[in-house]
Ligand binder design. Sequence first.
Ligand code: SF4
Length: 336
Amino acid sequence: MTAPNDTLGRPLKDLRISVLDRCNLRCTYCMPEESLNGRGVFLPPHHLLSDGEIEFLARVFATLGVHKLRLTGGEPLLRPGFNELVGRLSPIPGLTDLALTTNAVLLPRNAIALKTAGLTRITVSMDSLDDKVFRDMAGGRGSVQEVLDGIAAAETAGFEQLKINTVVQRDVNDHTIMDLISHFRNTGHTVRLIEFMDVGNVNHWDRNLVVPSAELLKSIHDQWPLRPVASQAASETARRYEFVDGAGEIGFISSITEPFCGDCTRARITANGVFYSCLFSAHGTELRDKIRAGMSAEEMAAEIMGLWSKRGDRYSELRNRLPRRQPHVEMYRMGG
Ligand code: SF4
């Protein structure tokens, strides 16, 4: 039983579950400290999906054709029992790719357990190698060394080909990108440069702060010649390039200047069990209480197929035509 395509002919293939909305950093483009107004806006524990509820949903989506599950947050490694949760999800039939997005600060104490639990891939968020720039973008928290230690721990645990996600902002960290690229060349890890996006409602997004990928591509190519690499799947978010000198790959995620909604096969579930069909959605469908009310796997599958079949999202393609910034769910809730 596979979910029907959505109204734009896109299949349901990828699921992202935010397992926690809390984080140990305060990245300015996601959860700026001032937006929290010094008060807890985070979900109380009993509002969070339990491990069993996450497993229930993952199994249902896997029966509908989802093979890639990405665990996001907030910071997923802050969730108590996260490694055990991974161990419950990795054996699910059909789920061939179980990935994690993390800021890596807590990887040194978790990497080996995650590998043993069956995690397949790790993406690390890292915006600069310059410690002052890093801390300015992370709300004065964390450090470059902590992230590098996390990456080293992942390597020691046997994870290879990490993705390094870097949000680029003009006059904030764009002047440090070449150093970051240089550092990860010949490591097997792939830096993906992400155009600053108008996610959520609190990151003071401004188009003038966006550095178009084409601009970065040119400056990198001038230093280290690049050639395009064919994508393995149309739904890949990054446009891939490899260094002609064999030093590896880099990628560009260009939601602002080169939107990729046409091939978007991603569904999202927040930490409190709300289904969203787009990163920029404002409205979702509550699933948690349906599970708690005893909804069966078959009934949940029918619910999700119904939601997906009505999907028509293509926000990034429409962004320029929209009168003003639209309200969105916060990034740390939606899980990126
Ligand atoms: S804007 Fe929405 S539909 Fe477009 S690629 Fe992003 S998540 Fe998919």
